[in-house]
Ligand binder design. Structure first.
Ligand code: NDP
Length: 241
């Protein structure tokens, strides 16, 4: 039976590229989404990958959703926590709703989605947790105090959980993408996009598949000794240690 990989926010952008790459490597992939039925329908028609709708910011929905996936497809051996949103604003104009929405979707979801699969992984003494952070969680970004805080939190979550789970055969790693050519970045004003590209030594945005390839590496047996690590994939825009 194929190993099951679940990708949150797998129907669009980077998540969609991750799903396709994992399927290509032979995993039984499932994708979650929030509410964009059109994108989810197109994705599942194109890829034949099953999709499941729930809000990763909602605790009960996560437990129920994972239970549905495990019942229909099998125990989740690889969890890619990818779903994320932005609610950008300068901090002095940011309201608590913008802060809470971003923290709930990008960081609380790490807790709930991972909590829902971790006991099964511990019992089976194997598992892969791969968390999508961001360059802006490493360097901070103005207009994104909420997002930068959440994505930096993802890195701390990854490192601490990696220590707890290593002896049980479970690896936990983070990937920090730079700016990729997705709808999230398309929403940024043209002048800001041009300024971002000018900061990237490679001279372009990432193809989402270039992010996906780091995820398939971390999911694979080749990465068995890699845990608690933060893989930076940003075209040289920010070279962190
Ligand atoms: P997109 O906006 O293209 O896609 C987001 C996906 O997440 C969609 O499938 C969406 O579902 C899903 N999603 C959003 N909110 C929720 C929710 N509350 N519950 C369940 N699913 C949800 O995002 P990207 O591909 O651009 O980003 C993917 C990840 O990569 C994010 O964590 C992002 O922060 C990170 N990242 C992105 C970068 C980039 O340049 N794009 C750079 C660095 C990091 P639906 O379609 O139904 O809304």
């Amino acid at each position: 039976m194929a190993v099951v990989a679940l990708v949150s926010g797998g129907t669009r952008g980077i998540g969609s590229a991750i799903c396709r790459a994992l399927k290509n490597d032979g995993y039984a992939v499932a994708a979650t989404y929030h509410g964009n039925e059109e994108a989810a329908g197109r994705f599942t028609r194109d890829t034949q990958i099953p999709v499941f709708r729930w809000d990763v910011a909602d605790e009960t929905s996560c437990y129920q959703g994972i239970a549905r996936v495990e019942q229909q497809i099998g125990p989740v051996s690889i969890l890619v926590n990818n779903a994320g949103i932005t609610r950008d604003s300068m901090f002095h104009k940011m309201d608590l709703a913008q802060w809470r929405a971003v923290l709930a979707t990008n960081l609380d979801s790490m807790f709930t989605m991972t909590r829902a699969v971790i006991e099964g992984m511990r019992e089976r003494r194997s598992g892969r947790i791969i968390n999508i952070s961001s360059i802006n969680g490493q360097k901070g970004q103005s207009g994104q105090v909420n997002y930068s805080a959440a994505k930096a939190g993802v890195i701390g979550f990854t490192k601490a959980l990696a220590r707890e789970t290593a002896a049980r055969g479970i690896t936990v790693n983070a990937v920090c993408p730079g700016y990729a050519d997705t709808e999230m970045v398309a929403a940024v004003p043209e002048a800001v996009r041009a300024a971002i590209i000018a900061e990237i030594p490679v001279g372009r945005l990432a193809d989402p598949d270039e992010i996906a390839q780091t995820v398939t590496y971390l999911a694979s047996p080749r990465a068995a000794f890699c845990t608690g690590s933060v893989l930076t994939v940003n075209g040289g825009q920010y070279i962190a240690n």
